[in-house]
Write a protein that binds this ligand. Structure first.
Ligand SMILES: [Zn+2]
Ligand SMILES: [Zn+2]
Length: 388
């Protein structure tokens, strides 16, 4: 059987499981679970993989809702990544029900590829993508040390093969001032809220001299207790993002200086913590993206180039892409005006278009597994990764 026949067989395999995959996706969608609490989703996905002959390891790398499900022996090992966490309150507004089930469906369809070409295919279940960076912990724990290539497909409103996700760090800041009667004896107070407002103003001044793809944005989480008391405490949470780790480090220093300057000016004491989970930028493997693009087009999907105006923020897949050749493409399941993290996208993730996106994502990944298990192609993918 040649490559083309094998690709057709994998498409048929996905198609024959359409009903089951759609049901799995709807079950996860109607039982949204937040990050690190995705027990039902993991039980359903691992159950499906186990039924289909996969060796399942639950609680992978010590995370209760991470898993690894493998078919085949030894290398090359191709990883299809599953996400399945929902957004608090909103439900599956990012369509991670589709990501998880597409990865599982593609893996099951890839069994015949592994039987013919050798190697193995593994679904790595990665919890808590939304804000909690589950994959950052998993990379640190060595979850990807045996992996040769990693793929994930995210639902969206366009078919885009490479996403320029930004590096991102989180800063928690607090100012400690001195309370006083705001009208009676204001001269005795040190205003922690004014220090925070000054910091915002300085950051806004800095913004006009930042690289255009960098982002700094924050919210005040404590701005005082009552208007007639000089605020003795203020707190904020900031995200600092940049296209690469070097510029991120520079920008972190410059942003922090805005808070330090406000502390000096106001007399309030500054305390701050940079959280230790830093999202790395996405390093897209162009060869892998090209293979997936051709397979998507064969399924009748029009592939759109990445537009920086449709930025994707940051993803913990960036951290995976720094250690393994990776891609994080998107598949259209909604009209272009519908964006992720909205109520409209919750509906799209359970719609007919959502189901078709899931089936096409599974087919496209399974077809790409056929490509990647060709030794010469895998060699080129790895050569690009190391910059050869
Ligand atoms: Zn999201
Ligand atoms: Zn997402």
């Amino acid at each position: 059987m040649d490559t083309e026949e094998l690709k057709l067989k994998t498409q048929e395999a996905v198609e024959s499981d359409r009903q089951r995959l759609t049901q799995l996706s709807l079950s996860i969608h109607s039982n949204p679970e937040p990050g690190f609490k995705e027990e039902k989703a993991v039980a359903w996905l691992t159950g499906y993989l186990e039924e289909n002959g996969f060796h399942v390891e639950r609680g992978f790398v010590g995370l209760s809702t991470a898993f690894r499900a493998t078919y085949g022996q030894g290398g090359p090992m191709i990883a299809l990544l599953a996400e399945y966490d929902a957004l608090p309150q909103m439900g599956h507004a990012c369509g991670h029900n589709i990501i998880g089930v597409a990865a599982a469906g593609a893996a099951v369809a890839s069994r015949l590829t592994v039987d013919r070409l050798g190697g193995s295919v593994t679904v790595i279940g990665t919890p808590a993508e939304e804000g909690l960076g589950g994959k950052i912990d998993m990379v640190k724990a060595g979850a990807f040390s045996e992996i040769d290539v990693a793929m994930i497909i995210h639902p969206n409103s366009l078919n885009i093969m490479t996403i320029d996700a930004l590096a991102c760090s989180t800063l928690d800041v607090e100012f400690f001032g001195r309370p006083a009667h705001a009208a009676g004896q204001p001269h005795k107070g040190i205003n922690a809220l004014e220090a925070m407002i000054q910091s915002f103003t300085s950051i806004n001044s800095l913004r006009q001299h930042m690289r255009k793809d960098a982002r700094v944005h924050g919210i005040i989480t404590d701005g005082g207790e009552a208007p007639n008391i000089v605020p003795a405490h203020s707190a904020a949470e900031f995200l600092v993002r940049a296209a690469d780790m070097e510029y991120l480090a520079q920008l972190q220093d410059r942003v922090l200086n805005c808070f330090k300057a406000a502390a000096t000016a106001s007399g309030a004491r500054l305390e701050y913590v940079w959280r230790d989970k830093i999202y790395a930028p996405m390093k897209n493997n162009a060869i892998l993206a090209g293979l997936l693009a051709r397979n998507m087009e064969r399924l009748g999907r029009q592939v759109t180039p990445f537009d920086p105006g449709l930025g994707f923020g940051s993803t913990d897949m960036g951290n995976v892409s720094q250690v393994v050749p990776s891609i994080h493409p998107t598949i259209a399941i909604a009209p272009p005006e519908v964006t992720i993290h909205t109520a409209e996208f919750v509906a799209a993730a359970a719609s007919e278009a959502g189901h078709q996106g899931l089936i096409d994502a599974a087919k496209a990944m399974a077809m790409t597994v056929v490509d990647v298990l060709q030794p010469d192609i895998l060699y080129e993918i790895k050569r690009e990764f190391v910059g050869g």
